[in-house]
Design a protein around this ligand. Structure first.
Ligand code: HEC
Length: 254
């Protein structure tokens, strides 16, 4: 069989030590990406309280939930019967407007009259106390999503990490045979493009919830490229018949 890849090194003809080296790398990276998937499912996937990754998860993770606080959700939930509608509305408005110190004078009497019978350290130490401004502000905090601080940290780790993973994967895959060179080049480029889409979507989603879709598309893009490169490389090294001469790894140094 005469392979189209005219370069000296092609996957089916590599020597056993080189195949072993590449396979070891691919196996570890394969487990790595499964772990990454599991982690995404368990952390971001559960962000909206339901299993599986959805646009809502991405929104909660990066954009937060700026119009809901623990106070608001409890006042619409298990604490609904603890105050009259008007008072509940006042408390919720206070939380939504940032739970300010200036607003405390208006809401303090409501907490005093309706809540501290249970929510005070003396009565039920296990409950979040609502007797002072600081205590109440804590449960009135809204979820601001990912901070610039955490985004820069995760972004640079991802940029370096993903580029490192894919330079080796792409290099191995570039030695595959019988694949159109243009197609190969596109597959090799996809992860690098999609990591940029992915990372910029985190930043955009932290500001505008509508960009959450790009995070999912970005992630899907490099998972797909990863799968194509992984399976093609493994297949060509171990299952596809060799073509002609076996290249000895010593020839690499020449
Ligand atoms: C009769 C006692 C009682 C009163 C009165 C009461 N609560 Fe609660 N509250 C509880 C209990 C018990 C829990 C824990 C169970 C739950 O989360 O539903 C709780 C939980 C909460 C939580 C969640 C705290 C956390 O750390 O998860 C918030 C917020 C809250 N209450 C707000 C209020 C507000 C605001 C009022 C007044 C309008 C109020 N509660 C009145 C008994 C009370």
């Amino acid at each position: 069989m005469n392979h189209e890849n005219s370069g000296r090194f092609n996957l089916p003809s590599l020597s056993l030590p080189v195949k072993t080296l590449f396979t070891g790398y691919l196996l570890v990276m394969g487990i790595g990406i499964l772990m990454a998937l599991a982690q995404i499912l368990l952390t971001h996937g559960m962000a909206d309280g339901k299993f599986g990754v959805s646009v809502d998860d991405v929104v909660y993770s990066y954009h937060g939930n700026k119009d809901s606080s623990k106070l608001e959700s409890k006042l619409n939930g298990s604490m609904k019967d603890k105050a009259v509608v008007l008072d509940r509305a006042t408390l919720i408005r206070w939380a939504r407007e940032g739970a300010t110190k200036e607003g405390w004078a208006e809401v303090e009497p409501i907490f005093q009259a309706n809540c501290i019978a249970c929510h005070s350290k003396e009565v039920m130490p296990s409950l979040a106390p609502l007797t002072s401004y600081e205590e109440a502000a804590k449960v009135a905090e809204t979820d601001a999503g990912a901070s610039v601080d955490s985004l820069t940290r995760v972004s640079h780790i991802h940029l370096f990490g993903i580029a490192f993973i894919f330079i080796f994967m792409g290099y191995i895959y570039s030695m595959s045979v019988n694949i159109n060179e243009k197609f190969k080049s596109v597959i090799i480029m996809i992860p690098f493009l999609f990591i940029l889409i992915d990372i910029s979507s985190w930043w955009l989603t932290s500001m505008f919830a509508g960009f959450a879709w790009f995070t999912i598309i970005g992630g899907f893009g490099y998972m797909m490229a990863f799968a194509v490169m992984w399976f093609t490389s493994m297949y060509q090294m171990w299952i596809m018949p060799r073509s002609g001469k076996e290249y000895n790894s010593n020839e690499w140094i020449k």
